[in-house]
Design a protein around this ligand. Structure first.
Ligand code: GLN
Length: 503
C-alpha cells in the first residue's frame, strides 16, 4: 500500500503545502489502489480519471505559484452514481439509465470542484438508491472490504467501500432512509446525513424527494466535517434548500472540532433511545453502544434514557411515503426523455407498447415492487388510508423528537441492528432487508442530522456503527460529539483489515 493511501485530508494537505508530494502523485497513488483492489471490491461504476488529472495539474500549478490552496485541493473524492458530474454517465446503477450522460453538474459536484477536489470516479449503488446492501445494482455487486463475502451495506455501498479500502479519501453518498449511515456502519467508516435542506439536491437523481439528502463518507469525523463544509450551503436551484439566515452556527463545520474531547462534551446531555437498544439488535452491538455511552459520561456528558414511542411505526410509514414519492419521481423514465428506449425490434410499436417494454426491461425487481406499492398507496380510494395516514404518523414521529430534544443535545443508538450480512443472505426476503434501516429511518422522516461512526467490532469481528442524531440545524453539535468520541477512542483507526487478504 502506498504511503499516500489511508491519509487524512490535513495530512495530505500538509504534504502538498510543504511540497513533499504533488497532487499528481496523490492521484496516482489512489488510482493504483483502485487498480489493485477494485477488481475484487467493485466499488466503481466508472472512473473519471481524465477530469481528476486536469484538476491535479491545476492544483500543482497553484502550489508552484505559491497560492493558498482551497479546502479539498488535491484530495481524491468518489461520487455516488446518482449525482450528476457533467460529461460522465449517471446510471443510478439501473439499466434504464445505462447510456445516460449527465449534461450538467450537480451543485455538490460544482462545490467540490471549486474546492480543488480530484474526482476519482462514480460509485455503485442499489438501483435508484433502493436497498440496503448494494445488491440491487443492475451493474455489479460491491463487496465489503472487511470481508469480501459480506455486503458493504447500501444504498451508497460503492462510495463507502471505496473510502474503507483507501481507494479514495472521501466520497459522497445520498441518504433517504439510512443509505449513508448504514453502509458507514457496515464498513467501519464515518458517514453523515445532514439536516434536510442543508446540502443542495440539485443534480441528485430523486428517489423520495422529501427524504433524500446528500452527505459525506470519510475515515474520520474531521474529514467528513471538512467535506460537509464544502458541499453545504444555500442553493437557489433547490427549492428545499435552507436559506442562509437560518443556518446559524453551521457554516464552518470543522470549527466544531477545534476543542479537546472533554471541553466538547462537558455539560452535554446525551439520550440513549431505549426502543433501539433492546430486542432485535445483536447483543454485541448493544454492548458497544452502552460502552460508547460510558465514554461520553467519562468525558463529562450526562447520559439519560429517552423514549420515542412512535418510532416503532417508522418503517411502515417510510415504505409508504418513500414508495409514493418514488412512483411519481420515476414516472419520467418512459423511453422518451431519458436513457433506454425499448421497442423490442418492432418499429411500428405503439407509444404505449414502447413505454411498457422500456419500463419492464429497464427497471429491476425492487424498483418495480416500489413503483407498484407507491402507486397503490396514492391511488384514489386508498390515499386516505395509506398515504395520508403515513403523513400523519410522520408528524407524530417528529413530535417525539421535538419533545426529547427539549432535554437532550444529541441522541445515540446503534446504526444498524446487525453487522454486515452475507452477500445473498437477504435478497429473497425484502422485509428482512427493510429491517436493516429501522434505526436510521426515523431521522429522515423528521429531517434531522445524523452520523454513523465506528464503535467497535461485533459478531464475526465486523464493524459496529454508533449513530448520533441531533436536532434540526444542529449538524455542528452532532459532528462535535462524534469528534469527541473519535478523540478518545481508536475504533476509526482500525482500517483495511481485509486488504491483506485481497492484496
Ligand atoms: N434502505 C432504504 C431503502 O431501501 C434506504 C435507502 C436510502 O437511504 N436511499 O429505501
Amino acid at each position: 500500500m502506498s504511503e499516500l493511501v489511508g491519509r487524512s485530508i490535513s495530512e495530505l494537505k500538509n504534504l502538498l503545502a510543504e511540497k513533499s508530494v504533488s497532487a499528481k502523485e496523490i492521484l496516482a497513488a489512489h488510482l493504483k489502489q483502485v487498480q489493485s483492489l477494485d477488481g475484487d471490491i467493485k466499488a466503481f461504476t466508472c472512473l473519471t480519471e481524465e477530469r481528476a488529472r486536469k484538476q491535479a495539474d491545476k492544483v500543482d500549478e497553484m502550489i508552484a505559484r505559491g497560492e493558498e490552496l482551497p479546502a479539498l485541493a488535491g484530495i481524491p473524492v468518489a461520487i455516488k452514481d446518482n449525482i450528476c458530474v457533467a460529461g460522465y454517465p449517471t446510471t443510478c446503477s439501473s439499466k434504464i439509465l445505462a447510456n445516460f450522460i449527465a449534461p450538467y453538474e450537480a451543485t455538490v459536484a460544482q462545490r467540490l470542484d471549486q474546492a480543488g477536489a480530484l474526482f476519482i470516479g462514480k460509485t455503485n449503488m442499489d438501483e435508484f438508491a433502493m436497498g440496503s446492501s448494494t445488491e440491487n445494482s443492475a451493474l455489479k455487486i460491491t463487496a465489503n472490504p472487511w470481508n469480501l463475502e459480506r455486503v458493504p451495506g447500501g444504498s451508497s455501498g460503492g462510495s463507502t467501500a471505496a473510502v474503507a479500502s483507501g481507494m479514495t479519501v472521501v466520497a459522497l453518498g445520498s441518504d433517504t432512509g439510512g443509505s449513508i449511515r448504514q453502509p458507514a456502519a457496515f464498513c467501519g467508516v464515518s458517514g453523515m446525513k445532514p439536516t434536510y435542506g442543508m446540502v443542495s439536491r440539485f443534480g441528485l437523481v430523486a428517489y423520495a424527494s422529501s427524504l433524500d439528502q446528500i452527505g459525506p463518507l470519510a475515515r474520520s469525523v474531521e474529514d467528513a466535517a471538512i467535506t460537509l463544509s464544502v458541499i453545504a450551503g444555500y442553493d437557489k436551484k433547490d427549492s428545499t434548500s435552507i436559506p442562509d439566515r437560518q443556518r446559524n452556527q453551521t457554516a464552518q463545520f470543522e470549527t466544531a472540532l477545534t476543542q479537546s474531547a472533554d471541553k466538547l462534551m462537558k455539560g452535554l446531555r446525551v439520550g440513549i433511545i431505549t426502543e433501539l437498544t433492546g430486542e432485535g439488535i445483536e447483543p454485541e452491538i448493544v454492548s458497544s453502544i452502552r460502552a460508547a455511552a460510558s465514554t461520553f459520561e467519562k468525558l463529562g456528558a450526562k447520559v439519560v434514557d429517552v423514549s420515542l414511542p412512535y418510532a416503532k411505526f417508522a418503517l411502515p410509514v417510510y415504505y409508504l411515503i418513500a414508495t409514493a414519492e418514488a412512483s411519481a419521481n420515476l414516472a419520467r423514465y418512459d423511453g422518451v426523455k431519458y436513457g433506454l428506449r425499448e421497442t423490442e425490434g418492432d418499429c411500428s410499436a405503439s407509444i404505449l407498447q414502447m413505454y411498457m417494454s422500456t419500463r419492464s426491461r429497464g427497471f429491476g425487481a425492487e424498483v418495480k415492487r416500489r413503483i407498484m406499492l407507491g402507486t397503490y398507496a396514492l391511488s384514489s380510494g386508498y390515499y386516505d388510508a395509506y398515504y395520508k395516514k403515513a403523513q400523519q404518523v410522520r408528524r407524530l414521529i417528529k413530535n417525539d423528537f421535538d419533545s426529547v430534544f427539549q432535554n437532550c443535545d444529541v441522541l445515540i443508538s446503534p446504526t444498524s441492528p446487525t453487522v454486515a450480512f452475507k452477500i445473498g443472505e437477504k435478497t429473497d426476503d425484502p422485509l428482512s432487508m427493510y429491517l436493516s434501516d429501522i434505526a436510521t429511518i426515523p431521522a429522515n422522516l423528521a429531517g434531522l442530522p445524523g452520523i454513523s461512526i465506528p464503535a467497535g467490532l461485533g459478531k464475526d469481528k465486523l464493524p459496529v456503527g454508533l449513530q448520533i442524531l441531533g436536532n434540526a440545524l444542529s449538524d455542528a453539535v452532532v459532528l462535535k460529539v462524534a469528534h469527541a468520541f473519535q478523540q478518545s477512542t481508536d475504533f476509526h483507526n482500525r482500517q483495511f483489515p481485509g486488504l491483506a487478504a485481497v492484496g
